[in-house]
Design a protein around this ligand. Structure first.
Ligand SMILES: Cc1cc2nc3c(=O)[nH]c(=O)nc-3n(C[C@H](O)[C@H](O)[C@H](O)COP(=O)(O)O)c2cc1C
Length: 314
């Protein structure tokens, strides 16, 4: 069983990857997407989004972090894929699932699921640009509006030379509305021979097992579920009990101290609130704390509130 930490733009940054991979259970992280339009991006763009590149492309716990590219032009995606690998990315992931309007309008992300031939050309160009020992993976949804092209898209991606396919088992139109249609992944598995990673709506070990069964694959990717329950991967892998709330509070403090002191202070309040929006699905304590926290704007106020909460458990 491979367990992959999902890319989540604006939420799963390098500190989150560091914390979650130290808790353990993950084999691989996919980085939040790097947007490629019509140029070769400077190295600093890759380093900003994926600081692990400077550490051999791994988190401090030693888990590889693969750079993800989002774009529409095979040539520019290939150029940037080659660069990301030169900079230390242990492979390339291609995003064909992003539902954002701005991205879809410029032919990037999920809208490419309507263009099977273009998917093929992109994967082929990237595969050719990246040395054979580095995996090139693709991440798709089931389709844009419907599932008419799901199997054709999966076959095209395989034929173009992709090493692995991750499937978020919903269309773009489904958004993030449950359920995720895991049996569709099973159908894709029957069609193609490359490994398939199942993704979408895995929040508990029971759901992981059900997904693995319906999708007919052991390999899974966890996104929001791993933010709601930081040791979800370990719960799935080794039956660990859910992390107690005081330990989650400590993680929140670690994240906060880093974000506030580090250079990303301006994102901190949004990011921590977004993390809370997932934590409160799992922890009643988080729901209670969030009702106070959501009114706070200044980083220092949020930090003080968290420190106070933690002191109650000492
Ligand atoms: C806030 C947010 C940001 C995301 N950013 C990315 C991204 O950068 N690249 C990508 O391929 N998917 C992205 N996704 C999709 C997730 O990787 C994943 O496919 C989706 O959340 C379903 O999995 P889950 O139910 O386990 O969360 C994002 C999802 C969310 C909620």
């Amino acid at each position: 069983m491979q367990i992959v930490l999902a890319p989540m733009e604006g939420v799963v940054d390098h500190l989150m990857r560091d914390m979650l991979t130290q808790i353990g259970g993950f084999d691989l992280c996919i980085n939040e997407f790097v947007r490629v339009v019509d140029q070769r991006l400077p190295a600093r763009v890759f380093h900003r989004l994926c600081p692990e590149l400077a550490q051999g492309g791994k988190t401090p716990a030693g888990v590889p972090v693969r750079v993800q590219l989002l774009g529409q032009e095979p040539h520019w995606l290939a150029e940037n894929a080659a660069r990301a690998v030169q900079l230390g990315s242990p492979g390339i992931d291609l995003n064909f699932g992003c539902p954002a309007k701005a991205v879809n309008k410029s032919r990037g992300g999920a809208v490419l699921l309507k263009e099977t031939e273009q998917l093929y050309q992109i994967v082929k160009a990237v595969r050719q640009a990246v040395p054979a020992e580095y995996p090139v993976s693709a991440k798709i949804r089931l389709g844009y509006d419907d599932t008419a092209l799901t199997l054709d898209n999966a076959s095209a991606i395989e034929a173009a030379g992709a090493s692995v396919l991750t499937v978020h088992a919903r269309t773009k139109s489904d958004g993030y509305k449950p359920p995720a249609y895991w049996p569709w992944i099973g159908r894709i598995r029957q069609r193609i021979a490359i490994p398939v990673i199942a993704n979408g709506e895995i929040w508990t070990p029971d759901q992981a097992r059900q997904c693995q069964q319906e999708a007919a694959t052991q390999d899974i990717m966890l996104g929001r579920g791993a933010l709601a329950l930081p040791n979800l991967a370990q719960c799935i892998r080794s039956g660990q009990a859910a992390m107690p709330w005081p330990e989650v509070l400590q993680l929140l403090m670690r994240y906060s101290e880093f974000e506030v002191i580090g250079d990303k202070g301006k994102y901190y309040s949004n990011r921590i609130k977004q993390w809370f929006s997932y934590l409160k699905l799992q922890y009643p304590e988080a729901a209670e704390l969030f009702s106070q926290l959501r009114l706070l704007k200044r980083n220092e106020e949020i930090l003080r509130l968290l420190q106070h909460q933690l002191s109650l458990y000492r």
